[in-house]
Design a binder for this molecule. Structure first.
Ligand SMILES: C[S@@+](CC[C@H](N)C(=O)[O-])C[C@H]1O[C@@H](n2cnc3c(N)ncnc32)[C@H](O)[C@@H]1O
Length: 258
């Protein structure tokens, strides 16, 4: 089964089949096999195929198992409330945006001013990669590290860009190089820009949830959060694999900045 999948992955890039005669297609079987083996090691594949969260996401129409990380934190911390403005950083393929939309739509049923089937709130999402449309989610394909990406998000905020944000979510992750210190530094930078955005745009009682790595740089991120938020809580949802250093940090209620 695994070998069959490896063979399939050899012929595909991100699940899209390569045209016959392409560079990868021309590579020898052995080297293609080793490329594929590097990219998708067997244990990852085995885990993915048997992962209950993958199965549940497929059944419930979510684009990624990552949805269950957010849903667990939301259930524990009641993050999503009616009328919220939510910004989803690193949104693709879109399961977090789907979840937020579903929750806000559920909450919209209680609000007679909200048209049936519509979310009671605003969702703005950005990713380097494309994202298939999600109704009522404003998506920007761009780099949030760049001025252009940041400005594009800001233009979509309510009141012509000056309106406050209630919840910033960041599941942004760098492409991992395998060099621990470099990867941690890239992750820390993504955390820092999410925090800067929160400082500028969050409502006083707003919240920021970010993904980070538990390891080098983690304690500095926690310290930065503590300077900004009244409450800082680490979260490791069950859907986040035990062997992964991935963890989440939730900051709530901005401190008064002097
Ligand atoms: C783990 S995935 C997010 C999954 C998403 N939360 C979901 O539920 O479908 C991380 C995403 O962060 C994006 N990303 C990384 N760096 C980024 C950046 N500088 N600007 C925008 N998106 C970024 C990646 O392209 C990737 O799609």
């Amino acid at each position: 089964m695994i070998d069959h999948l490896m063979q399939w992955l050899l012929r595909s890039k991100n699940g899209v089949f390569l045209p016959s005669g392409s560079e990868t297609e021309k590579m020898g079987t052995e080297s293609r096999l080793s490329v594929a083996k590097n990219k998708f090691n067997k244990s990852w594949l085995q885990d993915h195929l048997t992962d209950p969260y993958v199965k549940m996401a497929q059944k419930e129409g979510y684009r990624a198992r990552a949805v269950y990380k957010l849903s667990e934190i939301d259930e524990q911390d009641s993050l999503i409330k009616p009328g919220m403005v939510v910004v989803d950083l690193g949104s693709s393929p879109g399961s977090w945006s789907q979840y937020v939309r579903n929750r806000l739509t559920e909450l919209g049923k209680r609000n007679p001013k909200i048209e049936s089937g519509k979310p009671d709130g605003t969702i703005i999402a950005i990713d380097l990669l494309p994202m298939e449309d999600i109704a009522d989610v404003s998506f920007i394909q761009g780099d949030f590290r760049e001025e252009e990406g940041l400005k594009a998000v800001e233009r979509l905020l309510p009141e012509g860009g000056s309106g406050k944000v209630d919840l910033v979510l960041s599941d942004m992750a760098p492409n991992l190089s395998g060099v621990g210190v470099a990867d941690a530094a890239r992750m820390a930078f993504l955390a820092e820009i999410a925090l800067d955005f929160a400082i500028t745009h969050l409502d006083q009682d707003g919240a920021l949830l970010i993904k980070c790595f538990h390891g080098s740089g983690y304690s500095q991120i926690v310290e930065s959060f503590k300077k900004v938020f009244k409450t800082v809580s680490p979260r490791k949802p069950k859907a986040s694999r035990d062997r992964s250093s991935e963890t989440f940090l939730l900051g709530r209620h901005l401190k008064q900045m002097k």
